[in-house]
Design a protein around this ligand. Structure first.
Ligand code: NDP
Length: 447
């Protein structure tokens, strides 16, 4: 059997064993697509069921989350934590609160997280969790009661040496605060290292809030620099207007880029003078409003409810909202308008068909597991600070983040070259992350 046939047969087993989880199949297929070239050179990675073990989470926890709304009505949501792989360190990965969350989504995110965390070079395993709870439109008290109920079950499965959750869609500083408070109450321990993304006044790291977006901007700058360009004067479109998008916009602007469009689930705004970040932050972070309100402050800007943000011409595109938001039609529009770089701020926002369009057009494309790894890397720095009861200055932490992103960029570039696919960040990131995890799994035996 050729290595390609072997990888295909393992992929078919994974699909059959995990029926009805299309996002997980998609994430696995993307990694599997890089594996046969590795197995051609290193056949021992196919021994001892290594790939099969890697695809099966070490532990999957599904639990009931009952809570009471402000009117006294009882709601029941479903909670998840998938502890995927702990070969490099405690499970590490965010919690997502969104109505679309199900086991397949959590497994896709957890699987990606294994390789992303390996790429950071830091001692963190891969995991992910969340709930189908929708925080949108809920009062502060309702969100708090939900978080307390969620943590009442989750607390017995996590810990600073076991599993360290953080935020993701729908889980920001507010939710991490409620979750941490309940963990402390249930365990009677001030265990700072059990969650990351905490407030900087009580164990959080400087730059953690900004890290995913800042890191993606650093990564894009590194991509441009390999072609003797930079973000300075470059026209950029960023989808989303949540944690990742806002801080990607901030750092791109600091590096001289012109961000002309961003979005939320209700539509997108275009401001050809450049997005006014203060206004955007006020709408999204303070008022928890909709991006459409931006035009109230800037009448020259436009809001489009029905349409694709990827129709807006740009040099650089950063999909930073959610999975599969950039399809082949969108990729074709980007290429037609002359895009040079696409980097994933979100997890798996680009469909396989869109990646094919970008590859064929020779657009530099960075997968999320490399480009958005700055968030989890800074979470690992938060864990380091918690372990040493220390807290680092903003600039020092930001410099460490930039350095880590530079190293991830180099690893992806060098690995792609080593395996005969120069400039292919997808294969470079997949192969580099896989080898790190696979070597550790072999060293630790069949567990
Ligand atoms: P947030 O909840 O802070 O923001 C998500 C943003 O995406 C919101 O603006 C939301 O709009 C928008 N959005 C969600 N669904 C859609 C949709 N279908 N169409 C258009 N816009 C949409 O989440 P984050 O910024 O934290 O996460 C964004 C992505 O980045 C996710 O894929 C996440 O997994 C990934 N990521 C996050 C990390 C982090 O540190 N937070 C780390 C690494 C990856 P609305 O307000 O209308 O819902």
């Amino acid at each position: 059997m050729s290595t390609r046939e072997l990888v295909e047969s393992i992929y078919e087993q994974v699909r059959t064993r995990n029926a009805g989880e299309p996002e997980f199949h998609q994430a696995a297929a993307e990694v599997f697509d890089s594996l046969h070239v590795v197995l051609d050179r290193h056949p021992h990675y196919a021994e001892a069921g290594l790939i099969e073990r890697l695809c099966e989470p070490e532990r999957q926890i599904i639990f009931r989350v009952p809570w009471t709304d402000d009117r006294g009505a009882v709601h029941v949501n479903r909670g998840f934590r998938v502890q995927y792989n702990s070969v490099l360190g405690p499970y590490k990965g965010g919690l997502r609160f969104h109505p679309t969350v199900n086991l397949g989504i959590v497994k896709f995110l957890g699987f990606e997280q294994i390789f992303k965390n390996a790429l950071t070079g830091l001692p963190i395993g891969g995991g992910k969790g969340g709930s189908d709870f929708d925080p949108k439109g809920r009062s502060e008290a309702e969100v708090m009661r939900f978080c307390q109920s969620f943590m009442t079950e989750l607390h017995s499965h996590i810990g600073e040496h076991t599993d360290v959750p953080a935020g993701d869609i729908g889980v920001g500083g507010r939710e991490i605060g409620f979750l941490f408070g309940q963990y402390k109450r249930l365990t009677n321990r001030y265990e700072s290292g059990v969650l990351t993304g905490k407030g900087t006044g009580w164990g959080g790291s400087q730059v953690r809030r900004e890290a995913t977006g800042y890191g993606a901007a650093y990564f894009v700058n590194d991509m441009l620099q390999t072609h003797n360009r930079s973000l300075d004067g470059t026209r950029v479109v960023v989808s989303g207007s949540g944690n990742v998008a806002i801080y990607a916009i901030e750092k791109i602007q600091q590096l001289g880029g012109l961000v002309v469009a961003c979005s939320d689930s209700s539509g997108y705004i275009v401001d050809s003078k450049g997005i006014d970040l203060e206004v955007l932050k006020d709408i999204k972070q303070v008022q928890r409003g909709r991006v459409s309100e931006y035009v109230d402050a800037h009448s020259h800007a436009s809001f489009t409810a029905d349409g694709s943000i990827w129709d807006v011409p740009c040099d650089v595109a950063l999909p930073s909202a959610t999975e599969n938001e950039l399809d082949d039609k969108a990729a074709t529009a980007l290429v037609k308008n002359g895009v040079n770089v696409v980097a994933e701020g979100a997890n798996m926002p680009t469909t396989p068909a869109a990646i094919k369009v970008l590859r064929e057009a020779c657009v530099a494309f960075a997968p999320g597991k490399a480009a958005n790894a700055g968030g989890v890397a800074t979470s690992a720095l938060e864990m380091q600070q918690n372990a040493s009861r220390d807290s680092w200055a903003f600039q020092y932490t930001d410099d460490r983040l930039a350095d880590i992103m530079g190293k991830i960029h180099s690893r992806a570039v060098e690995t792609a070259e080593e395996f005969g696919m120069p400039g292919d960040y997808v294969h470079g990131a997949n192969i580099s992350g896989f080898i790190t995890v696979a070597d550790a799994m072999i060293a630790q035996g069949v567990i």
